[in-house]
Design a protein around this ligand. Structure first.
Ligand code: GZL
Ligand code: ZN
Length: 358
């Protein structure tokens, strides 16, 4: 090849080389530059915008929520409260798990959340015990755990950052105090026996433990109150009805049934009617319940249920408040009880029901 030809070829290669390193390089450096530096060209701006955008979506706080299940109206309202609070427009991505009331499913969900490196884990522990190992794994992974709805028994309370729940012992005592007042009103507060049966919630759940203990604190003050039997109805309507049917077969003198949630009370009411008995303010059997969901108001208005002790399920906003404080590095109270009261047939229930969120 002639020199000239060679020269031509060389210069062509040079130009090609310059062109390559020029735009490729600057584009390549442009790309790395726009990520690292503030200069931006048209092309790198879209890179910048894109990386901003991806940063925005990654800016969402990812919350893994290990929910108990879907066993009751209360639970449905509780889940709804989380699903409407932890949304992208509020800056969150919610990963939701329904454990069908099985602890092993909740433990598996927590391990999945750790794998996915969520920012926070929220747990509604189905029972109080058996959490130390998996919560230690969350702690080792540097993921804060917030308990909602129910408590845990642990040797190391650094395994959770905060707890939002009802004061279950207080709820049980409120039910006991309500019965004291009711019996006085009915002129039955003398020494005649008051025969009581209890449909307990899931055994070992802090809602069950607290309500049973709280009511027991008041029962122990009344020697004429007789607890004929206590048995779990698993917080469900069907199981509650089944257990109440067996109680009605065993005892023909039941005066009061304490149902540790509204859904079991609805089952008990069906069982009482099927046995040809009556219940509620004008019936043979007084029915005391917990949760005060909308359907409980309907049962009281229908005259089947006497009272429901409120247990507020709207924990979503409170947990979000805690996360926002933690994001700002603020400290949060370890235990935050939600305010609660009770509703009974002496009140204007239609009006109250219309004003309530659940
Ligand atoms: C109470 C909650 C209980 C409700 C039931 O905080 O844990 O579980 O009382 C629900 O309805 O199943
Ligand atoms: Zn009292």
């Amino acid at each position: 090849m002639s020199k000239k030809g060679l020269g031509f070829v060389l210069s062509a290669i040079m130009i090609a080389m310059l062109a390559l390193t020029g735009c490729g390089g600057s584009k390549a450096t442009g790309e790395s530059k726009s990520v690292e530096s503030s200069e931006t060209s048209g092309e790198s701006k879209s890179e910048e915008a894109k990386s901003e955008e991806s940063k925005d979506s990654s800016k969402l706080i990812v919350v893994g929520y290990a929910q108990v299940g879907a066993e009751s109206d209360w639970r449905t309202a509780n889940t709804e409260s989380f699903k409407t609070t932890f949304v992208p427009e509020n800056g969150y991505k919610l990963i939701f798990n329904d454990a069908q009331q099985k602890q092993e499913n909740q433990i598996k969900a927590i391990r999945d959340f750790i794998q996915q490196e969520v920012d926070y884990i929220v747990l509604a522990p189905v029972v109080e015990t058996g959490w130390d190992t998996v919560l230690q794994e969350a702690k080792d992974a540097g993921i804060p755990v917030i308990l909602s709805d129910r408590m845990i028994k642990t040797s190391d309370d650094s395994l959770y950052t905060a707890l939002v729940c009802g004061n279950f012992v207080k709820e049980g005592e409120t039910a006991g105090h309500w019965l004291e007042d009711y019996l006085k009103l009915k002129g039955r507060n003398h020494d005649e026996s008051i025969n009581i049966v209890t449909l307990q919630g899931t055994i070992g759940a802090s809602a069950q433990v607290g309500r049973t203990d709280g009511f027991g604190n008041i029962l122990s003050q009344h020697p004429n109150w007789k607890m004929l039997a206590k048995q779990t109805g698993e917080f469900t309507q069907s199981k509650g009805q089944e257990v109440m049917e067996s109680f009605l077969k065993q005892f023909d003198n039941i005066d009061v049934v304490v149902a540790e949630n509204d859904n079991m009370a609805f089952g008990a009411i069906d069982a009482i009617k099927a046995a040809g008995k009556t219940c509620g303010p004008n019936g043979d059997i007084t029915v005391i319940s917990f949760d005060a969901v909308k359907a409980a108001f309907d049962a009281m208005i229908a005259g089947d249920l006497n009272v429901s002790v409120e247990c507020n399920p709207l924990h979503g906003p409170r947990v979000a408040e805690i996360i926002q404080k933690l994001e700002k590095g603020e400290t949060v109270d370890k235990i935050q009880y939600v305010d609660e009261t009770y509703f009974d047939t002496s009140m204007d229930l239609e009006k109250i029901k219309a004003e309530r969120a659940y």
